[in-house]
Design a protein around this ligand. Sequence first.
Ligand code: ATP
Ligand code: MG
Length: 409
Amino acid sequence: MLSDQITLLNETTLRCLNEADEIKIIKSFIEIGIKVLGADFGFVWLNSAESKELKLVYKSPQTPYVPQKPKEGGRNYTALENFLPDYVSHVKKRYDKYDVSLYMKSFVIIPLGYKKMRYGSMVFCFRKKELFPEEKRMLCVFIGNSAAQTLTISRLIASEIETQKKILALKEVTRLLNEEKIKTEFIANTAHELRTPLAIIRGNVYLAMQCDGKNSKTPKSMLRAIDHEVVQLSSILSDLNVLTTKGEEFKNEAVRENVNLNFLMKEVVKRCKTLALKENISIQLHKMPEVTLIGDTAYLTKMLVNLVSNSIIYGNKNGYTEITVKKLKANIIITVRDNGVGISKEDRPHVFERFYRADKSRNSGKNSTGLGLAIVKWIAETHNGTVSVKSVLGKGSVFSVSLPLKVIS
Ligand SMILES: Nc1ncnc2c1ncn2[C@@H]1O[C@H](COP(=O)(O)OP(=O)(O)OP(=O)(O)O)[C@@H](O)[C@H]1O
Ligand SMILES: [Mg+2]
Protein backbone atom coordinates (compact mmCIF):
# COMPACT_ATOMS: atom_id res chain seq x y z
CA MET A 1 0.00 0.00 0.00
CA LEU A 2 1.28 3.44 -0.89
CA SER A 3 0.29 4.93 2.47
CA ASP A 4 2.28 2.24 4.35
CA GLN A 5 5.31 2.94 2.21
CA ILE A 6 4.99 6.67 2.83
CA THR A 7 4.70 6.02 6.56
CA LEU A 8 7.93 4.01 6.42
CA LEU A 9 9.64 6.84 4.55
CA ASN A 10 8.37 9.41 7.04
CA GLU A 11 9.71 7.34 9.92
CA THR A 12 13.12 7.23 8.23
CA THR A 13 13.04 11.01 7.74
CA LEU A 14 12.20 11.58 11.40
CA ARG A 15 14.95 9.23 12.56
CA CYS A 16 17.49 10.91 10.29
CA LEU A 17 16.67 14.40 11.55
CA ASN A 18 18.75 13.64 14.64
CA GLU A 19 21.63 12.34 12.55
CA ALA A 20 24.66 14.54 11.91
CA ASP A 21 26.54 12.04 9.74
CA GLU A 22 25.56 12.52 6.07
CA ILE A 23 26.60 9.02 5.05
CA LYS A 24 24.38 7.46 7.69
CA ILE A 25 21.46 9.52 6.37
CA ILE A 26 22.17 8.42 2.80
CA LYS A 27 22.49 4.78 3.85
CA SER A 28 19.09 4.88 5.63
CA PHE A 29 17.41 6.31 2.54
CA ILE A 30 19.03 3.75 0.22
CA GLU A 31 17.89 0.92 2.48
CA ILE A 32 14.32 2.19 2.76
CA GLY A 33 14.29 3.05 -0.97
CA ILE A 34 15.29 -0.50 -1.92
CA LYS A 35 12.51 -1.78 0.31
CA VAL A 36 9.65 0.46 -0.86
CA LEU A 37 10.59 0.43 -4.55
CA GLY A 38 11.35 -3.28 -4.61
CA ALA A 39 14.83 -2.52 -6.02
CA ASP A 40 17.81 -4.84 -5.74
CA PHE A 41 20.59 -2.41 -4.96
CA GLY A 42 21.38 1.28 -4.98
CA PHE A 43 24.09 3.88 -4.59
CA VAL A 44 24.53 7.60 -4.10
CA TRP A 45 26.56 10.30 -5.79
CA LEU A 46 27.14 13.52 -3.87
CA ASN A 47 28.93 16.77 -4.57
CA SER A 48 30.44 18.95 -1.84
CA ALA A 49 30.31 22.57 -0.74
CA GLU A 50 33.63 23.12 -2.54
CA SER A 51 33.03 21.26 -5.82
CA LYS A 52 30.20 20.26 -8.13
CA GLU A 53 31.96 17.00 -8.96
CA LEU A 54 29.86 13.96 -8.06
CA LYS A 55 31.55 11.32 -5.96
CA LEU A 56 30.34 7.89 -4.94
CA VAL A 57 29.65 8.22 -1.22
CA TYR A 58 27.67 5.04 -0.64
CA LYS A 59 26.66 1.82 -2.34
CA SER A 60 24.45 -0.84 -0.81
CA PRO A 61 26.27 -4.12 0.01
CA GLN A 62 24.25 -5.97 -2.68
CA THR A 63 25.73 -3.79 -5.46
CA PRO A 64 27.52 -6.28 -7.74
CA TYR A 65 29.94 -3.84 -9.42
CA VAL A 66 31.73 -0.53 -8.87
CA PRO A 67 29.59 2.16 -10.52
CA GLN A 68 31.39 4.27 -13.11
CA LYS A 69 31.90 7.89 -12.14
CA PRO A 70 29.25 10.06 -13.90
CA LYS A 71 30.48 12.20 -16.78
CA GLU A 72 29.61 15.89 -17.06
CA GLY A 73 26.65 16.08 -19.43
CA GLY A 74 25.77 12.43 -18.68
CA ARG A 75 22.48 11.13 -17.24
CA ASN A 76 23.31 11.85 -13.58
CA TYR A 77 24.29 15.48 -14.21
CA THR A 78 21.30 16.00 -16.51
CA ALA A 79 18.82 14.55 -13.97
CA LEU A 80 20.28 16.86 -11.37
CA GLU A 81 20.16 19.87 -13.64
CA ASN A 82 16.55 19.23 -14.76
CA PHE A 83 15.71 18.18 -11.24
CA LEU A 84 13.58 15.30 -12.52
CA PRO A 85 14.02 11.56 -11.92
CA ASP A 86 15.34 9.69 -14.93
CA TYR A 87 13.48 6.38 -15.29
CA VAL A 88 15.19 3.78 -17.49
CA SER A 89 13.08 0.63 -17.89
CA HIS A 90 15.24 -1.01 -20.49
CA VAL A 91 19.01 -0.94 -20.06
CA LYS A 92 20.62 -1.43 -23.42
CA LYS A 93 23.51 -3.74 -23.87
CA ARG A 94 26.86 -2.07 -24.60
CA TYR A 95 29.92 -3.71 -25.91
CA ASP A 96 32.41 -1.84 -23.75
CA LYS A 97 33.44 -1.68 -20.10
CA TYR A 98 30.39 0.50 -19.28
CA ASP A 99 27.94 -2.31 -19.97
CA VAL A 100 25.70 -2.47 -16.89
CA SER A 101 23.06 -4.63 -18.55
CA LEU A 102 24.96 -7.54 -17.03
CA TYR A 103 23.72 -6.49 -13.62
CA MET A 104 20.32 -4.91 -14.15
CA LYS A 105 17.39 -4.53 -16.48
CA SER A 106 16.13 -1.16 -15.18
CA PHE A 107 17.23 1.72 -12.99
CA VAL A 108 16.12 5.16 -11.82
CA ILE A 109 18.25 8.20 -11.09
CA ILE A 110 16.62 10.38 -8.43
CA PRO A 111 18.10 13.88 -8.13
CA LEU A 112 18.79 15.22 -4.65
CA GLY A 113 18.19 18.92 -4.15
CA TYR A 114 16.29 21.44 -2.12
CA LYS A 115 15.19 24.82 -3.45
CA LYS A 116 18.22 26.08 -5.38
CA MET A 117 20.66 23.65 -3.79
CA ARG A 118 21.80 20.53 -5.65
CA TYR A 119 23.52 17.73 -3.76
CA GLY A 120 23.72 14.75 -6.13
CA SER A 121 21.63 11.72 -6.97
CA MET A 122 20.43 8.35 -5.71
CA VAL A 123 20.37 5.45 -8.15
CA PHE A 124 18.11 2.43 -7.57
CA CYS A 125 18.68 -0.62 -9.77
CA PHE A 126 16.41 -3.56 -10.63
CA ARG A 127 17.59 -6.99 -11.82
CA LYS A 128 14.15 -7.60 -13.33
CA LYS A 129 12.46 -5.23 -15.71
CA GLU A 130 10.72 -2.36 -13.94
CA LEU A 131 8.13 -0.28 -15.78
CA PHE A 132 7.86 2.43 -13.15
CA PRO A 133 4.07 2.81 -12.81
CA GLU A 134 2.67 6.12 -11.52
CA GLU A 135 2.72 5.00 -7.87
CA LYS A 136 6.43 4.06 -8.02
CA ARG A 137 7.26 7.34 -9.70
CA MET A 138 5.52 9.18 -6.84
CA LEU A 139 7.55 7.18 -4.37
CA CYS A 140 10.76 8.02 -6.22
CA VAL A 141 10.00 11.75 -5.98
CA PHE A 142 9.05 11.34 -2.34
CA ILE A 143 12.28 9.47 -1.51
CA GLY A 144 14.36 12.14 -3.27
CA ASN A 145 12.60 15.02 -1.51
CA SER A 146 12.78 13.44 1.94
CA ALA A 147 16.47 12.54 1.60
CA ALA A 148 17.33 16.00 0.26
CA GLN A 149 15.45 17.83 3.00
CA THR A 150 17.15 15.75 5.67
CA LEU A 151 20.53 16.44 4.05
CA THR A 152 19.72 20.17 3.97
CA ILE A 153 18.98 20.22 7.68
CA SER A 154 22.11 18.23 8.47
CA ARG A 155 24.25 20.60 6.37
CA LEU A 156 22.61 23.67 7.92
CA ILE A 157 23.25 22.35 11.41
CA ALA A 158 26.86 21.56 10.49
CA SER A 159 27.39 25.06 9.11
CA GLU A 160 25.69 26.58 12.18
CA ILE A 161 28.03 24.56 14.43
CA GLU A 162 30.97 25.79 12.34
CA THR A 163 29.76 29.40 12.71
CA GLN A 164 29.33 28.98 16.45
CA LYS A 165 32.85 27.54 16.66
CA LYS A 166 34.20 30.52 14.72
CA ILE A 167 32.33 32.95 17.00
CA LEU A 168 33.76 31.21 20.07
CA ALA A 169 37.28 31.32 18.62
CA LEU A 170 36.84 35.01 17.84
CA LYS A 171 35.63 35.69 21.36
CA GLU A 172 38.66 33.90 22.77
CA VAL A 173 41.03 35.94 20.58
CA THR A 174 39.28 39.16 21.68
CA ARG A 175 39.57 38.09 25.31
CA LEU A 176 43.29 37.37 24.93
CA LEU A 177 43.85 40.69 23.16
CA ASN A 178 41.98 42.49 25.94
CA GLU A 179 43.99 40.68 28.57
CA GLU A 180 47.17 41.73 26.78
CA LYS A 181 45.94 45.32 26.58
CA ILE A 182 45.10 45.36 30.30
CA LYS A 183 48.56 43.94 31.11
CA THR A 184 50.33 46.54 28.97
CA GLU A 185 48.29 49.35 30.49
CA PHE A 186 48.98 48.01 33.95
CA ILE A 187 52.74 47.95 33.35
CA ALA A 188 52.68 51.43 31.81
CA ASN A 189 50.65 52.84 34.69
CA THR A 190 52.84 51.15 37.27
CA ALA A 191 55.99 52.54 35.69
CA HIS A 192 54.39 55.98 35.65
CA GLU A 193 53.41 55.82 39.33
CA LEU A 194 56.86 54.67 40.42
CA ARG A 195 58.60 57.34 38.37
CA THR A 196 57.34 60.34 40.42
CA PRO A 197 58.53 59.23 43.88
CA LEU A 198 61.80 58.00 42.39
CA ALA A 199 62.39 61.36 40.68
CA ILE A 200 61.72 63.20 43.96
CA ILE A 201 64.08 60.85 45.84
CA ARG A 202 66.78 61.33 43.21
CA GLY A 203 66.40 65.10 43.32
CA ASN A 204 66.72 65.17 47.09
CA VAL A 205 69.66 62.73 47.12
CA TYR A 206 71.37 64.92 44.53
CA LEU A 207 70.79 68.04 46.62
CA ALA A 208 71.98 66.26 49.76
CA MET A 209 75.18 65.25 47.97
CA GLN A 210 75.81 68.90 47.11
CA CYS A 211 75.86 69.79 50.78
CA ASP A 212 79.31 69.86 52.27
CA GLY A 213 79.27 67.25 55.01
CA LYS A 214 81.81 69.15 57.19
CA ASN A 215 80.12 72.49 57.36
CA SER A 216 76.49 71.71 57.03
CA LYS A 217 74.34 68.73 57.81
CA THR A 218 71.99 67.30 55.22
CA PRO A 219 68.87 69.36 55.74
CA LYS A 220 66.22 67.38 57.60
CA SER A 221 63.59 68.52 55.10
CA MET A 222 65.35 66.59 52.32
CA LEU A 223 65.49 63.43 54.40
CA ARG A 224 61.84 63.92 55.29
CA ALA A 225 60.94 64.27 51.62
CA ILE A 226 62.90 61.12 50.78
CA ASP A 227 61.28 59.28 53.68
CA HIS A 228 57.82 60.35 52.52
CA GLU A 229 58.45 59.10 48.99
CA VAL A 230 59.91 55.83 50.25
CA VAL A 231 56.75 55.28 52.29
CA GLN A 232 54.72 56.09 49.20
CA LEU A 233 56.76 53.65 47.10
CA SER A 234 56.36 50.84 49.63
CA SER A 235 52.64 51.45 49.76
CA ILE A 236 52.38 51.29 45.94
CA LEU A 237 54.45 48.10 45.89
CA SER A 238 52.37 46.48 48.59
CA ASP A 239 49.16 47.39 46.71
CA LEU A 240 50.61 46.00 43.49
CA ASN A 241 51.52 42.85 45.32
CA VAL A 242 47.88 42.33 46.30
CA LEU A 243 46.57 43.14 42.84
CA THR A 244 48.96 40.80 41.05
CA THR A 245 48.10 37.84 43.24
CA LYS A 246 45.69 35.64 41.38
CA GLY A 247 42.28 35.17 43.01
CA GLU A 248 42.69 31.39 42.86
CA GLU A 249 46.12 31.52 44.52
CA PHE A 250 44.63 33.66 47.27
CA LYS A 251 41.82 31.20 47.79
CA ASN A 252 44.31 28.38 48.12
CA GLU A 253 46.67 30.19 50.45
CA ALA A 254 44.34 32.54 52.31
CA VAL A 255 44.07 32.42 56.01
CA ARG A 256 40.60 31.08 56.69
CA GLU A 257 40.04 32.34 60.13
CA ASN A 258 37.03 33.42 62.09
CA VAL A 259 36.91 37.18 61.76
CA ASN A 260 34.94 39.09 64.37
CA LEU A 261 33.56 41.91 62.25
CA ASN A 262 32.50 44.00 65.26
CA PHE A 263 36.04 44.05 66.56
CA LEU A 264 37.47 44.62 63.08
CA MET A 265 35.16 47.59 62.39
CA LYS A 266 36.23 49.27 65.63
CA GLU A 267 39.87 48.79 64.69
CA VAL A 268 39.26 50.34 61.25
CA VAL A 269 37.55 53.37 62.81
CA LYS A 270 40.41 53.74 65.28
CA ARG A 271 42.97 53.70 62.45
CA CYS A 272 41.12 56.33 60.43
CA LYS A 273 40.42 58.63 63.43
CA THR A 274 43.57 60.77 63.05
CA LEU A 275 42.87 61.39 59.38
CA ALA A 276 39.25 62.27 60.18
CA LEU A 277 40.23 64.62 63.01
CA LYS A 278 42.50 66.55 60.67
CA GLU A 279 39.53 67.19 58.34
CA ASN A 280 37.12 67.58 61.24
CA ILE A 281 35.03 64.74 59.85
CA SER A 282 32.99 62.65 62.26
CA ILE A 283 32.95 58.87 61.88
CA GLN A 284 29.74 57.23 63.03
CA LEU A 285 29.71 53.48 63.40
CA HIS A 286 26.09 52.42 63.80
CA LYS A 287 25.09 49.66 66.16
CA MET A 288 25.68 46.42 64.33
CA PRO A 289 24.72 42.75 64.81
CA GLU A 290 27.27 40.28 66.12
CA VAL A 291 28.96 38.95 62.96
CA THR A 292 31.69 36.41 62.49
CA LEU A 293 32.97 35.89 58.97
CA ILE A 294 35.39 33.33 57.64
CA GLY A 295 38.17 35.11 55.79
CA ASP A 296 41.45 36.91 56.00
CA THR A 297 41.61 39.58 58.74
CA ALA A 298 44.50 41.52 57.16
CA TYR A 299 42.81 41.74 53.76
CA LEU A 300 39.37 42.56 55.14
CA THR A 301 40.92 45.32 57.27
CA LYS A 302 42.72 46.70 54.23
CA MET A 303 39.44 46.72 52.28
CA LEU A 304 37.53 48.63 54.96
CA VAL A 305 40.37 51.07 55.70
CA ASN A 306 40.49 51.92 51.98
CA LEU A 307 36.74 52.66 51.91
CA VAL A 308 36.69 54.66 55.14
CA SER A 309 39.83 56.63 54.30
CA ASN A 310 38.42 57.45 50.84
CA SER A 311 35.25 58.78 52.50
CA ILE A 312 37.43 61.12 54.56
CA ILE A 313 39.88 62.11 51.80
CA TYR A 314 37.05 62.84 49.39
CA GLY A 315 34.79 64.14 52.17
CA ASN A 316 33.96 67.71 52.97
CA LYS A 317 35.60 69.50 55.87
CA ASN A 318 33.27 69.23 58.89
CA GLY A 319 31.38 66.48 57.11
CA TYR A 320 30.63 62.92 58.19
CA THR A 321 31.31 59.29 57.43
CA GLU A 322 28.61 56.84 58.38
CA ILE A 323 29.22 53.10 58.61
CA THR A 324 26.44 50.54 58.84
CA VAL A 325 26.61 46.76 58.97
CA LYS A 326 23.51 44.67 58.34
CA LYS A 327 22.68 41.03 57.82
CA LEU A 328 20.63 40.30 54.71
CA LYS A 329 19.74 36.64 54.24
CA ALA A 330 23.05 34.78 53.96
CA ASN A 331 25.03 37.98 53.35
CA ILE A 332 26.49 40.77 55.36
CA ILE A 333 26.20 44.27 53.88
CA ILE A 334 28.69 46.91 54.92
CA THR A 335 27.99 50.47 53.74
CA VAL A 336 30.26 53.48 54.02
CA ARG A 337 28.42 56.73 53.34
CA ASP A 338 29.84 60.25 53.14
CA ASN A 339 28.57 63.70 52.27
CA GLY A 340 31.71 64.55 50.34
CA VAL A 341 32.54 65.62 46.82
CA GLY A 342 30.74 62.72 45.15
CA ILE A 343 31.59 61.03 41.84
CA SER A 344 30.28 62.04 38.42
CA LYS A 345 28.16 59.71 36.28
CA GLU A 346 31.05 59.42 33.79
CA ASP A 347 33.62 58.45 36.42
CA ARG A 348 31.42 56.09 38.41
CA PRO A 349 31.80 52.98 36.19
CA HIS A 350 35.59 53.32 36.26
CA VAL A 351 36.49 53.96 39.90
CA PHE A 352 37.18 50.28 40.58
CA GLU A 353 39.71 50.11 37.74
CA ARG A 354 43.37 50.02 38.64
CA PHE A 355 45.01 53.47 38.65
CA TYR A 356 41.74 55.25 37.90
CA ARG A 357 41.34 58.62 39.56
CA ALA A 358 38.20 60.62 39.05
CA ASP A 359 38.69 64.27 38.21
CA LYS A 360 42.48 64.26 37.93
CA SER A 361 42.82 67.97 38.72
CA ARG A 362 40.99 67.58 42.02
CA ASN A 363 43.20 64.67 42.98
CA SER A 364 46.45 66.12 41.80
CA GLY A 365 47.46 67.51 45.19
CA LYS A 366 46.69 64.25 46.96
CA ASN A 367 49.12 61.40 47.19
CA SER A 368 46.79 58.98 45.51
CA THR A 369 47.55 56.22 43.05
CA GLY A 370 44.04 55.07 42.16
CA LEU A 371 44.68 51.53 43.41
CA GLY A 372 42.57 51.65 46.59
CA LEU A 373 39.20 50.72 45.12
CA ALA A 374 40.74 48.14 42.76
CA ILE A 375 42.06 46.46 45.90
CA VAL A 376 38.66 46.76 47.62
CA LYS A 377 37.06 45.00 44.64
CA TRP A 378 39.77 42.35 44.53
CA ILE A 379 39.40 41.57 48.25
CA ALA A 380 35.58 41.54 48.13
CA GLU A 381 35.61 39.20 45.13
CA THR A 382 38.23 36.83 46.52
CA HIS A 383 35.94 36.54 49.54
CA ASN A 384 33.10 35.63 47.11
CA GLY A 385 31.50 39.04 47.62
CA THR A 386 30.79 42.18 45.60
CA VAL A 387 31.24 45.92 45.92
CA SER A 388 29.15 48.70 44.40
CA VAL A 389 28.86 52.47 44.53
CA LYS A 390 26.07 55.03 44.43
CA SER A 391 27.05 58.63 44.26
CA VAL A 392 25.85 62.11 43.36
CA LEU A 393 28.43 64.67 42.35
CA GLY A 394 28.68 67.39 44.99
CA LYS A 395 26.42 65.50 47.41
CA GLY A 396 28.28 62.39 48.54
CA SER A 397 28.85 58.69 47.95
CA VAL A 398 27.76 55.33 49.33
CA PHE A 399 30.01 52.32 48.89
CA SER A 400 28.45 48.94 49.73
CA VAL A 401 30.26 45.66 50.18
CA SER A 402 28.28 42.45 50.28
CA LEU A 403 30.00 39.37 51.69
CA PRO A 404 28.55 35.94 52.15
CA LEU A 405 28.55 34.85 55.78
CA LYS A 406 30.35 31.68 54.73
CA VAL A 407 33.00 33.61 52.87
CA ILE A 408 35.47 31.17 51.33
CA SER A 409 34.04 27.93 50.08
N1 ATP B 1 34.20 58.37 48.83
C1 ATP B 1 34.55 58.92 47.66
N2 ATP B 1 34.00 60.11 47.29
C2 ATP B 1 34.32 60.68 46.12
N3 ATP B 1 35.20 60.17 45.25
C3 ATP B 1 35.78 59.00 45.56
C4 ATP B 1 35.48 58.32 46.78
N4 ATP B 1 36.20 57.17 46.79
C5 ATP B 1 36.91 57.16 45.65
N5 ATP B 1 36.67 58.24 44.92
C6 ATP B 1 37.21 58.55 43.57
O1 ATP B 1 37.63 57.33 42.99
C7 ATP B 1 38.99 57.38 42.64
C8 ATP B 1 39.61 56.03 42.86
O2 ATP B 1 39.69 55.75 44.24
P1 ATP B 1 40.84 54.84 44.78
O3 ATP B 1 40.67 54.67 46.23
O4 ATP B 1 40.88 53.65 43.92
O5 ATP B 1 42.15 55.64 44.43
P2 ATP B 1 42.76 56.88 45.15
O6 ATP B 1 42.05 57.20 46.40
O7 ATP B 1 42.84 57.95 44.10
O8 ATP B 1 44.25 56.37 45.43
P3 ATP B 1 44.72 55.29 46.52
O9 ATP B 1 45.31 54.21 45.70
O10 ATP B 1 45.69 56.01 47.32
O11 ATP B 1 43.50 54.86 47.27
C9 ATP B 1 39.59 58.47 43.51
O12 ATP B 1 40.70 59.04 42.88
C10 ATP B 1 38.43 59.43 43.66
O13 ATP B 1 38.42 60.31 42.57
MG1 MG C 1 41.74 55.69 47.83
